[in-house]
Design a protein around this ligand. Structure first.
Ligand code: F6P
Length: 554
């Protein structure tokens, strides 16, 4: 039976039991000692694929435990699950849909069937449609209502219709084409709208309404506000088609909303929102960096797809990252995972990964509806280095929780400044080294004595200066943050998330949990605005509604 119809309970597999035994055996495992006793550890536990170099030697693994993890991947039938993903089988079982983001980066000539129809011609037709739009805007041929060329593009969208495009267009700033500035409007908070629109001219602004469903409250409210703003600035109803385009799989809703039919770019049910930056949802990316670079991004992701599909598990970057995550989460008790890019341009990477990972694997029942019997997706958090070192790294080093981390760093900076990049790179390495090595009590004492402190001071301070170490991390090194490498990097994490979902037997492609808040939001809004007068279901919500209404009375 297919994994997405009847997943195995991984905890009942022999490999899971073997991993429990490995964990018990490794109770006193020391990374310091592992490095000291094995000069080949770095070479053994590092590999380079798709332009990415992964050092995973600073994880709590040795040969037998890694072998058991790889065996787990076999026993959960990962290989056929990967094929099911790529072949467009309905791996999103609750919605009976495939998850074919990989089709979006496949070259011309390949075939991918959905319900017996090859979707690849349509994928490439839309890429052609995007190319035409990007060229018209870049060449000043798309004109606003006063015949001026477009200078600013505002993407109105939220979640996957925002985070991926924002990450990529900012990460690839060194590849930005001159002439068009890209902005993002996501939140329903009017402050965001005002801050942005007060800097824009309606005459030269194009709005992209980016919504797979075309039913997302924040996006629809912001689009209505943008339309009002446009008309108030001097534009007319007849000019709207020059300033509003849409990307959606709900064409009918977009037309009903007033978007001109010829300005609608399609999306498909078989692409999840958080996996959609490779589709026309990536239009702001293509407008920011040009269509050539956008295709390089796709090609980098495709390289990772092929690697994921073909490489043996022991040399497979997404599979290794996924197994290490399961190992530290389910067997060592880690509940969160830090993403620490040492690159200014990747400062939004952890936000994209938060949605990618937490919306995908924040689940508690398996594909068949039965409850999981192990931990699933961790909390993903983090931020750009070195800033984090002067904020939350303290907890990474000395807090009571063990938090695995991924360090991500390019070798080359686009903006060399004296020796800054050497320092940035050095800081990245020294953080993972400090997490791994820590500082023993004896070392802390010796250090304090060497500084000439009295023995009473040594004893007073040494416990505070002791750092446990043995904290796991991966380091991913890129030659530079190029469209190719970034495409591969994002696809790497997409596949990591998928592998973990297969191990846990959960559906990585639905998100029913977010619906409850949306439903309740409508009820609360009705009571806030007085269209519903009955009391809220609980006293806390009613009390907070009363507080708001009390302040807005009269
Ligand atoms: O509410 C969550 C969510 O459905 C995400 O999965 C999605 O990326 C986001 O909202 C935006 O959805 P849409 O593109 O349909 O507006």
């Amino acid at each position: 039976m297919e994994h997405y119809l009847q997943p195995l309970d991984a905890t009942q597999l022999p490999a899971w039991q073997a991993l429990r035994e490995q964990r018990a055996r490794m109770q006193d495992f020391s990374l310091r000692e592992a490095f000291a006793s094995d000069p080949q550890r770095f070479a053994r536990y590092s590999l380079s694929r798709g332009g990415l170099f992964l050092d995973y030697s600073k994880n709590l693994i040795d040969a037998p435990s890694l072998a058991c993890l790889l065996e787990l991947a076999e026993q959960v039938r990962l290989r056929p699950a990967i094929e099911a993903l790529f072949e467009g089988r309905p791996v999103n079982a609750s919605e009976r849909r495939p998850a074919l983001h990989t089709a979006l980066r496949r070259p011309i000539g390949e075939r991918v069937l959905v319900d017996g129809v090859d979707v690849m011609p349509e994928v490439h037709r839309v890429l052609g449609q995007m190319t035409e739009l990007v060229q018209r805007i870049h060449n000043g041929l798309w004109r606003g209502y006063t015949e001026k060329p477009i200078t600013d593009v505002v993407n109105i969208g939220i979640g996957g219709s925002f985070l991926g495009p924002q990450l990529v267009s900012e990460a690839l700033l060194p590849f930005a084409q001159r002439g068009v500035r890209c902005h993002y409007l996501a939140n329903i908070d009017g402050s965001e709208f005002h801050e942005l629109c007060s800097r824009l001219s309606a005459q030269t602004t194009l709005f992209i309404v980016s919504s797979k469903s075309f039913g997302t409250l924040e996006t629809l409210k912001n689009t209505q506000a943008a339309r009002r703003w446009f008309l108030a600035q001097g534009g007319s109803e007849a000019d709207l088609h020059r300033h509003f385009i849409a990307v959606t799989s709900n064409r009918a809703a977009a037309i009903e909303f007033g978007i001109a039919a010829e300005n609608i770019f399609p999306m498909w049910d078989w692409v999840g929102g958080r996996y959609s930056l490779w589709s026309a949802i990536g239009l702001p990316i293509a407008l920011a960096i040009g269509m050539g670079n956008f295709k390089e991004l796709l090609s980098g992701a495709y390289t990772m797809d092929q690697h994921f599909r073909e490489a043996p598990f022991a040399e497979n970057l997404p599979v290794l990252l996924a197994l290490l995550g399961v190992w530290h989460g389910d067997f060592w008790g880690a509940q969160s995972h830090a993403i620490l890019p040492y690159d200014h341009h990747l400062r939004n990477f952890n936000q994209h990964l938060q949605q990618l990972d937490m919306e995908s694997n924040g689940k508690r029942v398996r594909q068949d509806g039965s409850p999981v019997s192990c931990g699933t997706g961790p909390v993903i958090w983090g931020g750009v280095g070195c800033n984090g070192q002067h904020a939350y790294h303290q907890l990474l080093h000395q807090g009571t929780q063990m938090i695995p981390a991924d360090f991500i760093v390019p070798v080359t900076s686009y903006n060399p400044l004296a020796d800054h990049h050497q320092w940035l790179y050095a800081n990245c390495l020294s953080q993972s080294q400090a997490l791994m090595r820590g500082k023993t009590l004896a070392e802390a004492e010796a250090e304090l004595r060497a500084a000439g402190l009295a023995e009473s001071e040594v004893q007073r301070l040494a416990p505070h200066k002791t750092i446990p170490g043995n904290r796991p991390s991966n380091t991913l090194v890129l030659e530079r943050v190029s469209p190719q490498r970034l495409g591969a990097l994002i696809a790497l994490y997409e596949h990591k998330v998928f592998v973990q979902s297969v191990i846990w037997g959960i559906n990585a492609f639905d998100q029913w949990g977010v619906e409850l808040g949306k439903e309740l939001g409508k009820n609360v809004y009705a009571r806030l605005t007085g269209s519903e007068t009955g009391a809220a279901e609980d006293a806390s919500t009613q009390g907070l509604i009363d507080f708001f209404r009390g302040r807005h009375r009269g």
